[in-house]
Design a protein around this ligand. Structure first.
Ligand SMILES: NC(=O)C1=CN([C@@H]2O[C@H](COP(=O)(O)OP(=O)(O)OC[C@H]3O[C@@H](n4cnc5c(N)ncnc54)[C@H](OP(=O)(O)O)[C@@H]3O)[C@@H](O)[C@H]2O)C=CC1
Ligand SMILES: O=C([O-])CC(=O)C(=O)O
Length: 253
């Protein structure tokens, strides 16, 4: 499977360096605002730094976005209308209902699919399982360091409390997980974002209550060295998704 990347930053670097020896995943095309970044990563993988986006789409089987919510809005319609599948990391873009509906239709009409990795949280398997079984409430509390959230503070502070659809607008690079959870359970979930000078992890706590019972998950992520907003698990979940396309037995659904 030939894969083209949009975005050659922290997530892309982990994905590329971790799949170099994987015979089923061939990351061949590298596209970024910053051509030098694309060239550097392309040289590691023996691939091509892309100038002509449309050409890249024609030459790959799948496009993996790990760039920004605005890149999803700009490029997803093109990729999906060409019949190519797409993996999206900047999932916050899909909280816009009109955009979500429009790319769903494009994908359906062109026989392409959108894949959303679980990203920097655990627990989506359970959430999906209970989502149609009278789920009452889902909450996410995210706690990150001042460095991750780009704040200079010396004591804990709640930066945001509200719905996921608003959280992704205020923190487009820090809370895509809220969008993933919302889409998994078909609910605009409750989100609290805390900046905490006493943590060096990106911590996400999910709690869900419904007729099934309740569950809580806590993910205490190491941030990526190249981008402290982003957790390593986000990249690892995309690698896991890429590998799942070649599995004959699927586990964990
Ligand atoms: N789903 C999840 O659980 C998670 C999702 N994410 C999201 O994944 C995305 C990638 O994260 P990460 O690798 O850490 O980000 P980085 O900032 O490390 O890398 C992103 C790269 O993409 C480039 N880029 C951004 N927009 C465009 C565009 N329109 N066209 C071409 N290149 C573009 C950036 O260039 P420039 O710097 O010039 O903008 C940068 O080089 C982010 O949106 C992030 O919020 C992150 C963590 C978890
Ligand atoms: O990586 C993380 O911990 C979460 C994140 O940035 C996001 O959801 O956008």
């Amino acid at each position: 499977m030939k894969v083209g990347l949009i975005g050659c930053g922290a997530i892309a670097n982990i994905i590329v360096t971790s799949t170099l020896d994987d015979e089923n995943i061939e990351i061949t095309h590298f596209f970024d605002n910053d051509v030098e970044r694309a060239e550097n990563l392309a040289s590691i993988a023996n691939g091509i730094a892309v100038i002509d986006f449309d050409k890249m789409v024609r030459e790959v089987d799948l496009v993996l976005e790990c760039a920004s919510p605005s890149s999803v809005v700009e490029y997803a319609p093109k990729v999906l209308s060409s019949g190519r599948d797409m993996i999206i990391m900047s999932i916050g873009a899909l909280m816009d209902k009109e955009f979500y509906t429009s790319i769903s239709k494009i994908a359906k009409d062109n026989n392409s699919r959108v894949h959303l990795p679980s990203g920097a949280v655990v627990g989506l398997d359970g959430l999906k399982a209970v989502s149609n079984f009278n789920l009452h409430e889902v909450n996410l509390v995210t706690r990150k360091s001042p460095k991750s959230l780009g704040r200079e503070i010396d004591k804990e502070e709640v930066l945001f409390e509200g719905k996921a659809s608003d959280a992704v607008k205020e923190f487009p690079y820090n809370i895509n997980v809220a969008a993933t959870i919302s889409l998994a359970c078909n609910m605009d979930i409750n989100v609290k974002i805390i900046v905490d000078p006493n943590v060096d992890r990106n911590v996400h706590e999910i709690s869900a209550i419904g007729d099934f019972g309740e569950f809580k998950t806590t993910t205490m992520n190491y941030p990526c060295a190249a981008n402290p907003k982003t957790s390593m698990l986000a990249a690892l979940s995309a690698i896991n998704l890429l590998r799942s396309f070649n599995e004959t037995i699927s586990v964990g659904f």
